[in-house]
Design a protein around this ligand. Structure first.
Ligand code: AMP
Ligand code: ZN
Length: 118
């Protein structure tokens, strides 16, 4: 068994777990977060298993660029017409809970709150 077999986001990619998908192509999937922290909360993931942003290198640049370039369109489609925030938690210090790379897009109310509690 490898890490993809029981990875929750790989299961969503394979259709083994339901998700409210908002975008899909050959490389990227976006779906609504199951426990939203704001009225708008979308996750953007690569379809291939990458554990974390802490594990990418230059060869991943086209895929990462594609994911980030999709963000404004996905945010606007959810109604974020006056900005949004993008968060990528990585590893233990980043308190990443799901070990499959994902971009959070959050928004939908103002003020969204501080980036981090001081
Ligand atoms: P992170 O702490 O950055 O790893 O965030 C993981 C995110 O995945 C959290 O916001 C969870 O609410 C979300 N999440 C976990 N399981 C699911 C699922 N089955 N469908 C949608 N979102 C999920
Ligand atoms: Zn995975």
């Amino acid at each position: 068994m490898n890490s993809q077999d029981d990875c929750i986001f790989c299961k969503i990619v394979r259709g083994e777990i339901p998700a409210k998908k908002v975008f899909e192509d050959d490389d990227v999937l976006a779906f609504l977060d199951i426990k939203p922290v704001a009225p708008i909360h979308v996750l953007v993931i690569p379809k291939k298993h990458i554990a974390s942003l802490a594990q990418v290198d230059e060869t991943d640049a086209p895929l990462l660029g594609k994911m980030l370039a999709l963000v404004p369109t996905l945010a606007r489609a959810q109604g974020a017409d006056d900005g949004f925030r993008v968060i990528v938690n990585a590893g233990r210090i980043g308190q990443q809970e799901v070990p499959h790379l994902h971009i959070h897009i959050v928004g939908g109310h103002h003020p969204l709150g501080p980036m981090l509690a001081r």
